[in-house]
Design a protein around this ligand. Sequence first.
Ligand SMILES: CC(C)(COP(=O)(O)OP(=O)(O)OC[C@H]1O[C@@H](n2cnc3c(N)ncnc32)[C@H](O)[C@@H]1OP(=O)(O)O)[C@@H](O)C(=O)NCCC(=O)NCCS
Length: 185
Amino acid sequence: MSVPSLNELLRLGEAKLSLSLNGNVMISTYTNIDDTITEKIMTIDHTKFRKDLRYSWKELKSRISKPGFFCLLVLLDGEPIAYDFGYDADDKGVFFSDSSASIIERKGVGTVIAVLEMVYLYENGYKAVKFTTEELDQAGRPLRQIWENLGYKTISTDPISGVTMMMDITQDVILQKIRRHITQI
Ligand SMILES: CC(C)(COP(=O)(O)OP(=O)(O)OC[C@H]1O[C@@H](n2cnc3c(N)ncnc32)[C@H](O)[C@@H]1OP(=O)(O)O)[C@@H](O)C(=O)NCCC(=O)NCCS
């Protein structure tokens, strides 16, 4: 069984989230974003992250211009509610998934966009994805556990840089995540 295309899975992800959020969900992807989209991401970032973790306009712009930039943006009834973005890590073939947030939590949005990101990475020949997070954030979200449940493995923990997590991008892994979180294929 081969991995369905990202385009196909975007539509299936929209259908799944439209049901769980009881509205019209659209998921767009970008490899380059203009100021209007950057503003939407910054608004979500500022809503969901505490002050010391929020990205300034300059910090966001510098990330958007990094090689390999890729972003998913979710709209519910035309309103931006979630994003996920990253870019090439220093290690060859590895994607650094820099940030992800959803205004509406525990309805599957974070999972769907994480899996769609994996599908993009698979289609584009990446061998792994990594990111840094916290064990537990200020709101009590068990972030390491949330991502471990999705299949990421902790590769290091550091009091300053936090928890670094990683997942290999292989056909088997991607098919398993799609089946579990997007659609039965
Ligand atoms: C982390 C985040 C993106 C997850 O998005 P989400 O849309 O809520 O995730 P999902 O609905 O797909 O949840 C997946 C699973 O994670 C776990 N989970 C999510 N939020 C949780 C919480 N507050 N407490 C415990 N488990 C939680 C659950 O197991 C959940 O499945 P369940 O709802 O069936 O129990 C979202 O909480 C968020 O935007 N947080 C603020 C920003 C942030 O911390 N970003 C991540 C930085 S690494």
